[in-house]
Design a protein around this ligand. Structure first.
Ligand SMILES: *[C@@H]1O[C@H](CO)[C@@H](O)[C@H](O)[C@H]1NC(C)=O
Ligand SMILES: *[C@@H]1O[C@H](CO)[C@@H](O)[C@H](O)[C@H]1NC(C)=O
Ligand SMILES: *[C@@H]1O[C@H](CO)[C@@H](O)[C@H](O)[C@H]1NC(C)=O
Ligand SMILES: *[C@@H]1O[C@H](CO)[C@@H](O)[C@H](O)[C@H]1NC(C)=O
Ligand SMILES: *[C@@H]1O[C@H](CO)[C@@H](O)[C@H](O)[C@H]1NC(C)=O
Ligand SMILES: *[C@@H]1O[C@H](CO)[C@@H](O)[C@H](O)[C@H]1NC(C)=O
Length: 780
């Protein structure tokens, strides 16, 4: 599904670029006059005294550079400022007006496209917190493609009145009335002004100009985060059981910001602005776009304002793995979520004429293949196109595939579309083979014809067979749903990986959560494949992506906030991170990265896989205040203007003060050490900026309660003797609730490194709680 989303958006991009080129060649001067959307960040404190109202001042600034420019949005909460359409020249003039901080061009973001609760052990929590009904006061805002309000996951039976804190709305529009909201789906709004300013009016025959979800993605993410419990859920009988959101008592407010042509930053910022005013508690964004510096990234800027209001912001890490440096949503006030698998699979075996069998996965439902082997052909041998092996639209020659099973390679176009292409050309079935980009990761799809997806190794063997055998034959056998798959979880190959490209000293992703083959609510507007040629309609769908793992963490944050309403977003994140696990329960082996088949590292899984029941009672947390984040920006050497761009205030970093990212109270450690080693065995730094020894300080807050006091001891592990890690003090005793204690970690290079990175873990334990932090060390 992630693949599908990407390619659809890429098609739109290609199309727009093409139009742009035409215009340039027709009239070069028209380009100068061409207007684009800009988001203007204003230093509200610099409003001249002659204005009594900031919107008049915005109008006046705008009119001074462009008589005709219309105000698309004014922002009051996420930022101070407005969005408008300007020529490049006008944008430049506006930048020079007094009080204007930044004039940022519109950016397009992309979506990062039930057994989960059992897998996460959520059932246990009922016993731990039988009356955790304060969860029903928590409001989860989901910025996405909107909502299908008829989904049973929004049944509000038994829910109390809407929380008094709620200030939002249920907006009406195409096929959406205020009756579509209830005590579960308490709000629904849509933001299309920026989108329409760029792409023209929404065609309501193609998408609803309302909060209604014509795509399915937004219904899936919002019901994953906080859908009600629905018994008897399944997709064509697959994954049957109860479907439930992570915080099934919490309330949902949807903000539709993504449309067929993408998700535009001016609309996203308006939605965050609105969600803050509406008094939501959690913001869930399964989308991303580029890696701009924090003061140029609308999601990062909006998230800062949200964090200040105590709103927990969770974002998807991206589906650009397994390469390094592929993460999006990197700001440290955002919780960045990667994806892992569940212990559930949908096996569909590929049986070959030579007697060999290979296991794959499928969510196909319908007429089975005949009980005999069918002729088998490689798509690359049934096409005129150079990319014929990919089964792209219009590339298969019907005479060569009719009645046959076709082997297609994964990549470029959506997996389900490959199936539609084979079916359209008259093929009887499809075997979809992973390539190196996906390795052994098996993502199941509700294909339109009998089909099975196999891993790279099986795919290579099957390809060898079909290319070498004179009369290759095959069939596919569907085995339904299998649970108890081990090992699980494994890190998904598509899950984006660190290091952090903006601030290498902050480890991202923060953690992983289920994101492969996830069942949740779906739209009634399109079938499970999302393809126009798919006439099927389903109440639940099974899809994959960090888009799916993000709302798991959003919902679990609501779950933790329900139990601890006074915890800050940083405390909630700390609880989720320090209790995450990095080894399998049985046997203690490290979590596997499916793209390599080897142990995953903190660059793949962050602090580990979320463990919600433990997160309710973490013992200690690494807390952070707004001032800590401001000091973090000082440590980045941000100018006062850049700080104002992120944090909407003129914060002055003390001239004589030294700020260190190393002392930023994050629950993980990312350290750069010099390869040059001082004297045999870790003497002190030889000065002159040498980084062979680095010290980080952290402060823990006792949230374990307990009047008798508790004593935590540290334990340290590393993958390599090249780094020595010491912690001082190595014991922390807490006697009161919310008491704070600090410690300092010293990282020293002791010998020449054998790897480019080293990894480790620092854990504090009082025997009841384990407070774990991942460590990554990179060599400069
Ligand atoms: C509105 O809903 C009706 C009934 O479900 C449907 O037939 C129609 O296509 C929908 N219109 C849009 C624009 O989605
Ligand atoms: C392959 O699968 C078929 C059908 O389940 C079975 O009859 C056959 O014995 C299997 N062959 C091997 C080599 O496992
Ligand atoms: C099928 O394609 C492969 C390369 O993809 C080529 O080596 C082989 O000769 C082709 N076979 C036939 C029968 O065309
Ligand atoms: C493949 O090439 C043949 C001969 O050039 C042509 O007739 C046919 O339409 C082509 N098929 C496709 C799918 O492009
Ligand atoms: C900030 O500036 C100081 C002093 O020039 C330098 O030591 C430090 O590395 C800089 N920090 C970053 C994150 O660039
Ligand atoms: C920030 O404050 C300083 C003085 O404290 C002032 O000189 C500067 O103009 C202010 N900058 C902005 C962008 O408001």
């Amino acid at each position: 599904m992630g693949d599908l989303k990407f390619s659809r958006l890429f098609l739109v991009v290609t199309f727009l670029v093409f139009l742009g080129v035409c215009r340039v060649s027709v009239a070069a001067s028209a380009v100068q006059q061409k207007k684009n959307t800009y988001i203007i960040h204003v230093a509200k404190s610099q409003m001249p005294a002659s204005f009594d109202d900031h919107t008049r001042w915005y109008d006046s600034s705008l009119k001074s550079v462009s008589e005709s420019a219309e105000m698309l949005y004014t922002y009051n909460n996420a930022i101070h400022g407005f969005a408008t359409r300007l020529t490049a020249q006008e944008a430049k003039s506006l930048q020079d007006q007094p009080g204007i901080l930044y004039v940022l061009p519109e950016v397009k973001y992309e979506l990062h496209t039930t057994r989960t609760p059992t897998f996460l052990g959520l059932e246990q929590s009922a016993n731990l917190f039988p009356e955790s009904d304060s969860e029903s006061d928590v409001i989860v805002a989901v910025l996405d493609t909107g909502v299908w309000p008829e989904s049973k996951s929004f049944d509000d039976t038994g829910m109390g009145p809407v929380p008094a804190s709620w200030k939002g709305a249920c907006e009406t529009g195409t096929n959406f009335t205020s009756n579509h909201c209830n005590k579960k789906l308490i709000g629904a709004r849509y933001f299309s002004t920026g989108y329409e300013a760029t792409l023209g009016p929404i065609d309501v025959t193609k998408e609803s100009k309302s909060p209604r979800d014509d795509d399915g993605h937004g219904t899936h993410t919002s019901t994953t985060a906080a859908g009600a419990i629905v018994g008897g859920a399944s997709l064509f009988g697959y994954a049957s059981g109860s479907a439930r959101g992570m915080a099934h008592r919490a309330r949902v407010a949807v903000y539709k910001v993504c449309w067929i042509g993408g998700c535009f930053s001016s609309d996203i910022l308006a939605a965050i602005d609105g969600a803050i005013a509406d008094n939501v508690n959690i913001l869930s964004l399964s989308l991303g776009g580029g890696t701009a510096d924090y003061y140029r990234d609308s999601v990062a800027i909006g998230a800062f304002s949200a964090m200040e209001k105590g709103i927990f912001v969770s974002c998807s890490a991206g589906n650009a793995g397994p390469s390094a440096y592929t993460l999006s949503n990197l700001a440290p006030w955002i919780t960045t979520v990667g994806a892992g698998t569940l212990d559930r699979d949908f096996p569909a075996y590929v049986s070959l004429g030579n007697g060999q069998n290979f296991s794959g996965v499928s969510l196909y439902k319908g007429d089975s293949l005949p009980a005999k082997l069918l002729p088998f052909v490689y798509a690359g041998n049934a096409s005129n196109s150079t990319n014929g092996n990919l089964c792209m639209t219009g590339t298969l020659i019907p005479e060569k595939v009719k009645g046959k099973i076709v082997l297609c390679d994964r990549g470029i176009n959506p997996r389900v579309q490959k199936g539609a292409v084979v079916k359209g050309a008259g093929g009887a079935g499809m075997v979809l083979a992973n390539t190196a980009a996906n390795g052994e990761e098996l993502v199941a799809d509700a294909h339109l014809l009998p089909a099975s997806t196999v891993g790279q190794k099986s795919g290579d063997a099957i390809r060898d067979y079909v290319l070498s055998d004179a009369n290759p034959t095959a069939t596919i056998l569907f085995e339904g749903t299998k649970v108890g798959i081990e090992p699980s979880p494994v890190v998904a190959a598509f899950s984006s990986r660190g290091p952090n490209a903006i601030t290498p000293d902050i480890l991202k992703p923060d953690l992983i959560a289920p994101g492969v083959n996830i069942i949740a609510g779906w739209t009634g507007a399109v079938g499970p494949t999302g393809l126009a040629e798919d006439p099927r309609r389903v109440e639940f769908n099974i899809i994959s992506g960090t888009s799916m793992s993000c709302p798991h963490v959003s919902g679990l944050a609501a779950f933790v906030k329900g139990a601890h309403p006074d915890w800050s977003p940083a405390a909630i994140r700390s609880a989720l991170m320090t209790t995450a696990y990095t080894a399998y329960k049985n046997g203690g082996k490290k979590l596997i990265d499916v793209s390599t088949g080897k142990a995953s590292t903190p660059y793949d899984h962050g602090a580990g896989h979320v463990n919600p029941v433990a997160a309710l009672n973490p013992g200690l947390v690494y807390d952070l205040t707004t001032e800590d984040y401001l000091n973090f920006l000082c440590a980045l050497n941000y100018t006062s203007m850049q700080i104002q761009g992120v944090a909407r205030r003129n914060y002055s970093c003390g001239a004589g003060k030294t700020y260190s990212i190393g002392d930023f109270n994050y629950p993980s450690f990312s350290v750069s050490l010099q390869t040059q080693v001082i004297g045999g065995g870790g003497g002190s730094s030889s000065g002159g900026g040498s980084k062979s020894v680095v010290k980080h300080t952290r402060t823990l807050t006792n949230v374990g309660g307990g009047s008798g006091g508790s004593t935590y001891k540290v334990s340290i592990s590393t993958t390599s003797p090249a780094v020595k890690i010491t912690v001082e003090p190595d014991t922390l005793t807490f006697t009161k609730a919310y008491e704070k204690k600090s410690y300092t970690v010293t990282f020293s290079a002791t010998s020449m490194p054998s790897n480019t990175n080293e990894f480790g873990r620092i854990e504090w334990s009082d025997g009841k709680h384990v407070v774990g932090s991942p460590v990554v060390i990179s060599w400069i």
